[in-house]
Design a protein around this ligand. Structure first.
Ligand code: NAP
Length: 255
């Protein structure tokens, strides 16, 4: 097992990639503090891990990452309940509606930047002092997007938020390498999850993004494809990798 005895926080654990990452980490022996707003889903996850007799366990924690207080509580919870924090996965995220810059309403800009960029920053700021107490430091993983590397994969707000998350990843990876705290990002391509189910797509923006998807082949990936990459990036298998991004997109951006 690759994560035996490790304590991990995974945000956005109630569906999609966060759910798959939490399951795999628990299977690999970690204690996973699973954070999201829908507590009932986190309880189901906990029961699934118990029923499957995984070596690790899930501790459900209700939290809204758009609240700084909830994020700080989540890190304090790891310290008080588990005595340490080894792994932080900033996965919770929301899409915009593919709005072009001239069409982005203030509330969309603020909520997308808040959840996708400010929340990972606040979590990292609070987690680092705790990770510094570990003999072997810690690992931080941000779930960014191919929209954080290119301009034509999403609307303006989402694109900016994920570019920011990659900048944060590079800065933290570089500045804490001497303290054994690694920080990397995964840039998923299209993955079949619930993320698009609540949006009201802007037709012009969606058509622009669809143009950019013409080069996609092989269809959408599965949340488990991201979980496997996440396990690699938080485990010692990647101990010389920090401050960088791993694209997991089935080849979409390679051509
Ligand atoms: P998903 O199925 O919609 O899951 C999103 C998760 O984030 C849910 O567990 C949701 O939980 C949580 N979340 C959203 N807002 C939150 C908030 N304010 N506080 C706490 N939790 C919140 O989406 P997904 O596709 O797995 O997305 C995971 C990450 O991958 C995101 O960062 C997304 O931007 C990124 N990504 C996705 C794709 C894709 O094609 N799916 C591609 C590239 C990148 P609750 O609603 O229960 O709070």
């Amino acid at each position: 097992m690759k994560l035996n005895g490790k304590v991990a926080i995974v945000t956005g654990a109630s569906s999609g990639m966060g759910h798959a990452i939490s399951l795999l980490f628990a299977q690999e022996g970690a204690t996973v503090i699973a954070v999201a707003r829908r507590l009932e889903r986190l309880e189901e996850l906990k029961n699934q891990v118990k029923a499957d007799k995984f070596a690790g366990k899930i501790i459900p924690l209700k939290g809204d990452v758009s609240s700084r207080q909830d994020i700080e509580n989540m890190i304090d919870f790891a310290a008080s309940e588990c005595g340490k924090l080894d792994i932080l996965v900033n996965n919770a995220g929301i899409m915009d509606n593919f709005e072009l810059a001239e069409d982005v309403p203030d509330d969309v800009w603020e909520s997308v930047l808040n959840v996708n960029l400010t929340a990972p920053f606040v979590a990292i700021r609070k987690a680092i002092p705790l990770m510094k107490k570990n003999e072997n430091g810690g690992t931080i993983l941000n779930i960014a997007s191919v929209g954080g590397l290119f301009g034509g994969k999403a609307g303006a707000a989402y694109t900016v938020s994920k570019h920011g998350a990659i900048g944060l990843t590079r800065n933290v990876g570089y500045t804490y390498c001497d303290e054994k705290i690694r920080c990397n990002a995964i840039c998923p391509g299209a993955i079949a999850t619930e993320i698009g189910s609540h949006i009201h797509a802007n037709p012009r923006g969606q058509a622009k993004a669809a143009d950019g998807m013409k080069t996609m082949h092989g269809g959408a990936g599965a949340p488990e494809d991201i979980a496997n990459a996440a396990l690699f990036l938080v485990s010692d298998d990647s101990k010389f990798i920090t401050g960088t991004t791993l694209i997991v997109d089935g080849g979409w951006t390679s051509c």
